[in-house]
Write a protein that binds this ligand. Structure first.
Ligand code: AMP
Ligand code: MG
Length: 407
């Protein structure tokens, strides 16, 4: 099929996005349990962080006006301020207070001199010249100010967000409910784990990769097993999923020929299109709606199933889960070694980003067959070659998309 009749990857993503609204359904969760979930409401800071002016160093809290520009200054040490044990008095002219990192800056002081710039002589401290007013002081609200929106609805809660929310004293958050994502594999040749392999049979791996990627995305995966290539079995599985899940993902059975009867079954249940997406691995992809359930039919080859899930399904699921503004990281690095590529479809080759003698480079994992699942395991990124590109010579800059924890 010529490139002109195929759907470009961006177009496929845009069509899917237009079908999708974020789920309406929320949960109130204890902070730790919210890891990997998506915030359903903006978070406004109830306090200043830091809550009080404090020291960024171990040293001495002083008044900058007491310091001489160039020479040494002698001040009298009148007390100590520790983190959690503020100095109760005030720093007057000629005074200094010994202070530790994180301790509240005593009244009267405006500057902290790091210990290494000082010398102690009994009750006095001698301070080197060249200090700057206000140095080594952390201001209240410098990180986050009270009343400021610090996280917006649609933000995914990763460990940094968990810590940030904890620093605000927020014990619970409202998140979007998990997506219920059902999935099954089709194919008479597939066996499940624990079953012996007969002649011409293979183990079903797509259900395992899908389960893993869906879990990493924070969805609730519903494994429906292997469904035999029989119209009544497929139909029953589609009906069951459509009744219970937000999304159904199948793999296999969407290539030419096979698709015909899957298509017949789907036509009676909903609105599903069969696309030829201009990507490799991939190409055949079914997408549509079975009642209120969103449906994706992925190709059966294990690398194609992962690549189409990653590139095309993932953005849709993120949007449906309420997430906004997730932009996958893409950047350009020189390619170490030649890459084979036929013009026509965008290639998502499996690559290994690594440090070369002159900086970051990417090299191919080797065989790019859509059945070579070990290529996904060895890779840490996709090498994205645009549809019109041909072979790539070693040293040419190519675009990469790091797997970023999902694969
Ligand atoms: P299909 O898309 O059904 O024509 O399948 C294409 C290729 O992928 C065939 O070689 C299948 O045996 C293989 N395949 C299909 N589904 C799976 C699966 N769930 N796990 C591993 N391989 C599969
Ligand atoms: Mg099949």
């Amino acid at each position: 099929m010529s490139g002109a009749n195929m759907l470009r990857v961006e177009e496929a993503i845009a069509r899917i996005t237009s079908l999708i609204q974020p789920v309406e359904g929320f949960e109130q969760l204890a902070l730790r349990s919210a890891l990997g979930r998506v915030l359903a409401a903006d978070i406004t800071s109830p306090i200043d962080v830091p809550a009080y002016v404090n020291s960024a160093m171990d040293g001495y809290a002083v008044r900058a006006d007491d310091l001489t520009e160039s020479g040494e200054t002698r001040l009298t040490v009148i007390g100590t301020a520790l983190a959690g044990q503020p100095f109760a008095g005030e720093v007057g002219a000629g005074d200094a207070v010994r202070i530790m990192t994180g301790a509240k800056l005593p009244a009267g002081a405006d500057t902290v001199i790091m210990q290494e710039k000082t010398r102690r002589e009994g009750d006095s401290v001698l301070i080197e010249g060249g200090q700057k007013k206000g140095q080594n002081v952390r201001h209240a609200g410098e990180d986050m100010a009270r009343g400021e929106v610090v996280l917006t609805r649609g933000t995914r809660i990763d460990p940094a967000e968990i810590g940030l929310l904890a620093s605000l004293g927020i014990p619970e958050v409202q998140v979007f409910r998990r997506l219920r994502v059902a999935f099954f594999s089709t194919g008479d040749e597939l066996r499940s784990l624990g079953e012996p392999l007969g002649d011409g049979e293979l183990y079903d791996s797509n259900r395992y990769t899908l389960h893993g990627m869906l879990s990493r995305l924070g969805a609730d995966p519903i494994d429906m097993g292997v469904v035999r290539d029989r119209p009544d079995a497929i139909r029953a599985a589609f009906e069951q999923a459509a009744a219970t899940a937000d999304v159904l993902i199948t793999s296999g059975g969407v290539s030419v020929g096979e698709a015909d009867y899957v298509k017949q079954t789907l036509d009676t249940l909903g609105q599903v299109d069969f696309w030829k997406v201009a990507m490799k691995p991939g190409k055949p992809l079914a997408c549509g709606q079975l009642g209120r359930c969103l449906f994706f039919g992925l190709p059966g080859n294990p690398v194609s199933a992962m690549a189409t899930f990653y590139q095309i399904v993932q953005p849709g699921l993120r949007r449906m889960a309420g997430e906004t503004g997730n932009q996958p990281l893409r950047f350009t690095v020189p390619c170490a070694g030649n890459l084979k590529k036929r013009p026509g479809r965008a290639d998502f080759q499996r690559g290994i980003l690594e440090q070369g003698p002159n900086g970051l480079v990417v090299r191919s994992t080797g065989s790019q067959g859509s059945h070579v699942l070990s290529s996904m395991s060895r890779a840490n990124c996709f090498i994205v070659l645009p549809a019109e590109s041909g072979d790539v010579e070693s040293g040419t800059p190519v675009e990469v998309m790091p797997f970023a924890g999902l694969v």
